[in-house]
Design a protein around this ligand. Structure first.
Ligand code: ADP
Length: 498
């Protein structure tokens, strides 16, 4: 099993890696038009990472032109559906065959444990591509009930060039959430991965061409948000932007869409997701789900359960149980296969997380665990699991997205109060409720505004369920069959019988 490789094995493999780092369009890699490159310190040891092409406006223009040509000449969308399915399934298989390399690229970029990258990120990426591949020859169009003298066919058509702009926390998974349905629907894609995590996307592009995806259907422009991302969002030949990232950037993309060609946008944004633990809830199950939910991926998960609303009489017991589980999680160098919590993405982000922990203390929440930077001798950016209790919902740590391993526990006395606190946020991504009483559970699931509400669990996920948010967590869903709809639109073809 690969997961039993030692840290030395992975470090040696990383030292030997020569990943693709160019701009990818028309089926091949090349330097950025400007010739510029950029690199950044690795999250886990602070050493310089790989130098990657710094794509900007001219590179976006070239990649969009390549994608548009591929769409206009129908080299992909007009293919036999069975052939399209075969190519996408082959792509998914190639991802699986290259699991170790892709996992290493993901860990090198993000600082997440190699064991998670192997078992979760690469696997989920392949499964997502496979799921959408399998839909290609199973979609039917409709005939409308227009009467005996007419036939109106209601067809769904792809939109054209899709701009995908993705974040750094789960690059391969989120890239696949956009690529799978967009390409299965017959579109072309230009992907702008986060500047922190371009390597997996570039390898995915190479594997796509190896699988037989025609040139120009999938293109990648690495670079910065303010340069390459902005140029993509403003581009007149892009039909839609599929975005995952911060709410602030989501708003900028929506404005760019409105001011350019009124392109569509689908936004999966931030969260401040509540989990309500009622007085009759199973505290062990709740503690387990909460600890994994908030500390997995160092808390860099948009729907992680950052606000725990605990019935006052169970708060202390719950917090003790979460802390006990957190105490067993091994935080260390992410290339060590036993590591369960790795590093934060970058130094600036670590200081933001530590600053918010400082706010928690100064605003009067009770620090029950952690609170500090750790493993400084490794040279990377690590913050230990941190728990605040006796917090209130007006504190900064209950309102702002921290995106780190920081849990905020807020006590409450009545169910209606818990619902009000749960909804007292600009976000609406995930939510949970723990109770033995299903009537109470369903009242919560009805009243909490969130894209997913888990009952007696958290972050249970599957490609078959839609994922996304209400309110300022965005709109448009990733995952499931429904995600395909946003990359297509209806066309009615009305024929009169003469
Ligand atoms: P974070 O603050 O967590 O890094 P962002 O929302 O800034 O999250 O980043 C998510 C993605 O959005 C990244 O690929 C980033 O480069 C891109 N991005 C950032 N700013 C812009 C922008 N103004 N226009 C388009 N894309 C952007």
């Amino acid at each position: 099993m690969t997961t039993t490789y030692s840290r030395d094995h992975w470090q040696t493999a990383l030292d030997r890696l020569t990943p693709k780092t160019g701009v990818f369009f028309d089926g091949r890699f090349r330097d950025a038009a400007s010739g510029a490159t950029f690199s950044r310190p690795r999250p886990f040891d602070g050493r310089d990472g790989f130098a990657v092409a710094r794509g900007a406006g001219a590179d976006i223009d070239a990649a969009v032109a390549s994608a548009k040509k591929a769409f206009d000449d129908k080299r992909w969308r007009a293919k036999d559906p069975a052939e399209k399915k075969r190519i996408m399934l082959r792509w998914a298989d190639l991802v699986r065959e290259n699991t170790e390399e892709l996992a290493l690229l993901e860990t090198a970029d993000v600082g997440k444990p190699i064991s998670d990258a192997l078992a979760v990120d690469v696997k989920s990426c392949a499964n997502t591509l496979q799921f959408y591949a399998e839909t290609i020859d199973k979609h039917y169009d409709e005939v409308a009930p227009t009467g005996p003298n007419d036939r109106a066919i209601v067809k769904r058509e792809p939109l054209g060039v899709i701009g995908a702009i993705t974040p750094w926390n789960y690059p391969l998974i989120i890239d696949a959430w956009k690529l799978g349905p967009a390409i299965a629907a017959g579109n072309s894609v230009v992907l702008k991965p986060a500047e922190q995590s371009p390597l997996g996307a570039l390898r995915l592009a190479e594997l796509a061409v190896e699988a037989g995806l025609p040139e120009g259907v999938f293109n990648v422009v690495p670079g910065f948000g303010a340069e390459a991302g902005k140029a993509l969002a403003e581009h007149p030949d892009v039909a839609m932007i599929a975005f995952t990232g911060s709410t602030v950037t989501g708003k900028a993309i929506m404005a760019a869409a409105a001011q350019s060609n009124l392109k569509r946008v689908a936004l999966e944004l931030g969260g401040k997701s509540p989990v309500v633990v009622l007085d009759d809830g199973d505290l062990d199950a709740a503690a387990n789900a909460i600890a994994w939910g908030i500390f997995y991926n160092s808390g860099e998960t948009c729907h992680s359960p950052t606000r725990i609303l605990a019935a006052r009489k169970v708060q202390d017991e719950l917090v003790a149980k979460v802390a006990a589980i957190a105490g067993t999680l091994k935080q260390d160098h992410p290339l060590d296969p036993a590591t369960q919590i790795g590093a934060l993405i970058e130094e600036k982000h670590m200081h933001k997380v530590l600053g918010l922990i400082g706010k928690g203390r100064s605003e009067g929440a009770s620090l029950r665990m952690g609170g500090k930077r750790v493993l400084q001798d490794l040279g990377g950016f690590y913050v230990e699991p941190t728990i605040f209790a006796d917090a209130s919902n007006d504190m900064t740590i209950a309102r702002e997205e921290i995106f780190g391993p920081v849990l905020t526990v807020i006590p409450f006395d009545r169910d209606d109060e818990a619902i009000a606190i749960a909804n007292d946020t600009i976000y609406g991504l995930g939510a949970g409720v723990f109770t033995a009483d299903m009537t109470r559970a369903h009242r919560f699931s009805e009243d909490i505004q969130a894209g997913t509400v888990w009952i007696n669990g958290y972050d249970l996920s599957n490609i078959s369920t839609p994922f996304g948010g209400f309110k300022q967590s965005g709109f448009g869903r990733d995952r499931s069959i429904h995600a395909i709809d946003k990359y297509m639109d209806f066309k009615t073809v009305w024929q009169r019988f003469l």
